[in-house]
Design a protein around this ligand. Structure first.
Ligand code: F6R
Length: 584
């Protein structure tokens, strides 16, 4: 995780980096910092807390600047551990995203040479290693040499008092260059510089960029200069702005009618070809994490129901355990909003080693996952800024649903049902918002919330629990209705809230489970199409063949948002979390 932003050019460098970092805060927000060159000297500013809350003046008139917003991996959250990290002679500053696996080894060698370390970070070895290597070479050669020593996955940006260059390099962590007339940007993602330019060079692993008046790109493996053309990104700046909404979360929840419509606006032949590959594969694996995993799990129920096809749904972090089942006839479908989730990338690399075919469903264009896949289905959700996946979840689900219908030979029918769902979602958002807000008020002081569902509604229960807990910090647990009696029922007592999600197929069985809870005093909340006197609170969900997972999650996203507001939690930046999980 962590966000990197650097700038060299005609604008006010520190201010530009400060603004860039604000846009990257979703990647980490426990502390932030900046290094800049001013009057020939490297200077730094480092702070604990969110950058958006910093209201003092930042220094101006710098020649260029590099900045970082941190999601702690090595060392506590404090100013010492915030980036940039400086070399002992204070002439080199480095910001870094990722992990240097062999940093202890490097640190011990440097300590043996008399270097002191002030932070607990792995990053601090980098400027010191560069300082050591600069004894015999120029800044750029010293960075090159240092990169050869460093193991792990990382993106770094370095500056030196003895040079006018900004040097950026990457190995398995994202880094993009933004290109405009007489100015250059380095960033962890394109969105942070979209307001200045939409022209970007996406850096590949083992590449180093030297930014001065021009940009030079060096392939580190072959130690030679390469030419890479800047390309237009195809994302627009407005998507990344709040547009009148108080928080990105509510903005992104509210735009799901449009994002779902964009998600299914695919080339029919392309989707049908993918469905053929699913049909012909000897083993299909859906691989993903978190919310994306829930979308895959939900889709697997649909594949079973309408295609009668078994697909394996595996958490990316567990995928390594399945590698013995992979062959060149296996199809792996990797689903990721960011396209940068380290666990997903590892899983795909594992599949690559076995020559399996990789299709990915990704939201962020140009992300690492798009570049290691054989084929990419764009999610088209638009930029998702809130750390919570909302519109990306419904886009993933819409695409997977469309593929399932294509596999069943019913592409048009699938398309029609998804379109209708998008319309229902819009209605729910405008008609039920008040009722959902009142429900949040009732639930705001509860310690636990349980969510049950059966069949297609079971993955929705898991996703509902994830949304509630990650943003409101109320303990929420999603489970299959049938599982209650196997343990969790012991926690149900007077007033414990239980949300019951159902689909038309599971109505009767889930009502039995609801009765079991009701008789133990549970506060029953129904999110379904069939009103019943079991429920103490009821949100009606339109009944639409197999589409309930797509529709039901939206009012629960709204509930999560209002719970966060009532509990004074930040809806866009939940504690300890980051949007792009680039660590293992
Ligand atoms: C939850 C959430 C996470 C992500 C997970 C995977 O709201 O956002 O659980 O779904 O970190 O991220 P991607 O889809 O980027 O691979």
């Amino acid at each position: 995780m962590c966000g990197i932003f650097a700038y060299k050019g005609k604008r006010n460098a520190t201010k530009t980096v400060f603004e860039g970092l604000k846009k990257l805060e979703y990647r980490g927000y426990d502390s932030w910092g900046m290094a800049f060159k001013k009057q020939g000297k490297i200077q730094t500013i480092k702070k604990v807390g969110k950058i958006a809350e910093f209201n003092k003046k930042i220094p101006e008139n710098a020649d260029y600047a590099i900045g970082h917003t941190r999601w702690a991996t090595h060392g506590k959250v404090n100013e010492k551990n915030a980036h940039p990290q400086l070399s002992n002679n204070k002439k080199i500053a480095v910001i870094h995203n990722g992990i240097i696996d062999n940093y202890m080894k490097i640190k011990n060698i440097l300590m043996g040479k008399g270097y002191n370390f002030k932070s607990q970070t792995d990053t601090e070895v980098i400027p010191n290693l560069i300082q050591e290597n600069m004894k015999k070479s120029s800044f750029r050669e010293a960075v090159k040499k240092s990169l050869k020593t460093m193991e792990g996955s990382f993106a770094i940006v370095a500056i030196s008092q003895d040079s006018n260059e900004i040097i950026a390099a990457k190995k398995m962590s994202p880094l993009v260059l933004g290109i405009n007339d007489n100015e250059s940007f380095v960033s962890s993602d394109v969105a942070a510089f979209l307001s200045y330019t939409d022209k970007a060079i996406i850096m590949d692993d083992n590449e180093m960029a030297v930014i001065d008046e021009d940009i030079e790109i060096i392939n580190l493996k072959e130690n030679k200069k390469i030419t890479k053309k800047a390309k237009s990104i195809g994302m627009n700046y407005e998507e990344a702005e709040k547009g009148g909404f108080k928080h990105f979360l509510i903005k992104e929840i509210s735009e799901q009618e449009e994002s779902i419509m964009r998600a299914i606006n695919q080339d029919r032949e392309f989707i049908e070809n993918i469905s053929k590959q699913i049909d012909n594969a000897f083993g299909v694996f859906f691989v993903s994490c978190g919310t994306s995993y829930h979308a895959c799990l939900s889709a697997s129920y649909l594949f079973s129901k309408i295609v009668k096809k078994h697909v394996n749904v595996v958490l990316a972090s567990e995928f390594i355990n399945y590698k013995h089942f992979l062959t060149e006839n296996t199809l792996v479908i990797a689903v990721s909003q960011s396209g940068e989730t380290a666990d997903v990338l590892d899983a795909v690399r594992t599949a690559r080693e076995k020559n399996s075919r990789i299709i990915s469903i990704v939201n962020v264009p140009g992300s690492s996952l798009t570049r290691i896949s054989d084929e990419v289905i764009p999610m088209n959700a638009g930029q998702e800024v809130s750390v919570l996946s909302t519109k990306s979840y419904t886009s993933q689900l819409a695409i997977l649903t469309l593929i399932a219908y294509a596999c069943a030979g019913k592409y048009e029918k699938g398309l029609g049902l998804i379109r209708k769902s998008a319309y229902y979602i819009k209605k729910i958002i405008s008609n039920d918002r008040k009722k959902i807000k009142s429900l949040a008020k009732k639930l705001k002081d509860k310690r636990d919330i349980f969510i049950i569902g059966r069949g297609l509604a079971f993955p929705s229960a898991l996703e509902a629990a994830l949304k509630i807990k990650e943003v409101s910090y109320i303990h929420a647990e999603g489970l299959a209705g049938g599982e209650l009696k196997h343990g969790t029922l012991a926690l149900i007592e007077e007033g414990v809230p239980v949300i019951v999600i159902s689909t038309s197929d599971s109505e009767a069985n889930i009502e039995n489970n609801a009765n079991e809870i009701k008789s133990r005093g549970g506060f029953m909340i129904g999110f379904n199409s069939h009103e019943s006197n079991i429920y103490d609170y009821f949100i009606k969900i339109p009944s639409l063949e197999n589409m309930e997972p797509l529709i039901t999650i939206v009012p629960i996203q709204l509930l999560s948002y209002y719970l966060a507001l009532y509990r004074k939690c930040d809806p866009d930046k939940p504690r300890n979390l980051a949007k792009s999980v680039t660590v293992r």
